[in-house]
Design a protein around this ligand. Structure first.
Ligand code: CU
Length: 322
């Protein structure tokens, strides 16, 4: 059933439980659909006008249909009370300990994701609406001692693998929705509220990309159009050492032609949406371009990224505000 549903790759610890739930619901719906459909066709034939010119005033005497209804209701109750509610309760009540988790503030706005890390001290600095500018979309007060080491990025969220992530989600303007299908999380961002969500990534973005990679044959008469929605997984360098395509770039007809000229007939490519943060609420005209990028890194790569961010922190926090 899971293959039939074409679920995205699962890179989170709780993803399997959600996928199993989805499969169970779809099995029930399939059985109900076939059962009720067959029953409907049976009644059309069995009670056709030609065979039943006069209505039967006694009606059905058997209780079979009642028992079936009860069985379906019991099954649905088991799915709901036995599986769905506990699964949901675990997502909203059983948060991991904050000391063992990567804690990130995410503030949605039309049309981007502002990402806020507390920095080395683990405390989020003060933010204020009055400080919000184009350069400071979070309204972070760099004069606050707790804010000095805070990291702020736009649309770029990095987390280490195999460690719980707690996202404190809010919105500056309208309702958005933080959705990362490969991490099996989706949560509305509501203005005026901070809603926490959590997940534990078990695969890095690179591992997910490798899982989704496909081999493409390059042909002069026409390469599969699917390739042009995919990104390269390595650099392609021509004999005269010009770079034809860099890792992470998208393929185009011209690139394919250059690759063929260079004697390349096969390429490995992968979709570019592996761990995209998609806004899952139609939040305005620019909704389509509200795309963030979650990168699940190895511990070393995450630490390196964080160190790079720290090195870019303003040296004089007071000047940075002015
Ligand atoms: Cu949005």
């Amino acid at each position: 059933m899971k293959e039939l549903l074409h679920l995205p790759l699962d890179g989170s610890a709780h993803g399997l439980a959600i996928d199993n739930m989805l499969a169970a619901i779809h099995w029930l719906m399939l059985i109900l659909f076939l059962g009720w459909g067959a029953f409907f066709i049976y009644t059309l034939i069995r009670f056709r006008k030609k065979k039943n010119p006069v209505a039967n005033y006694a009606g059905v005497k058997s209780h079979l249909s009642s028992y079936l209804e009860i069985a379906v209701a019991v099954f649905e109750a088991v799915l709901l009370i036995g599986f769905a509610v506990p699964l949901w309760a675990k997502r909203v009540n059983e948060f991991p300990a904050e000391k063992d988790a990567t804690i990130v503030r995410v503030v949605a706005e039309q049309y981007s994701w502002n990402i806020h890390y507390p920095g080395a001290d683990g405390i989020f600095g003060r933010t204020s609406i009055s400080l919000i500018t184009d350069d400071n979309p979070l309204g972070l007060d760099r004069t606050d001692p707790n804010a000095k080491d805070d990291i702020a990025t736009v649309n770029q969220m990095h987390v280490p693998v195999n460690k719980p992530v707690i996202v404190r989600l809010s919105s500056k303007d309208v309702i958005h929705s933080f959705g990362v299908p490969t991490m099996r999380v989706k949560q509305d961002a509501i203005p005026g509220q901070v809603i926490p969500l959590w997940f534990t990534p078990t695969l890095t973005t690179d591992q997910l990309v490798a899982e989704m990679a496909e081999q493409f044959q390059l042909k002069p008469e026409g390469t599969s159009p699917k390739l042009f929605e995919y990104i390269a997984l390595k650099d392609f360098i021509a004999k005269d050492s010009t770079v034809v395509l860099k890792k992470g770039d998208v393929f185009s007809q011209d690139v394919v032609k250059s690759l063929l000229d260079a004697g390349v007939t096969q390429v490995l490519a992968a979709p570019n949406v592996t761990t995209e943060i998609a806004c899952a609420q139609l939040c305005g005209l620019g909704h389509y371009r509200m795309r963030g990028y979650l990168s699940v890194d190895t511990k070393e790569a995450y630490d390196a990224w964080m160190a790079d961010q720290v090195s870019q922190l303003p040296q004089d926090p007071v000047a940075a505000v002015k």
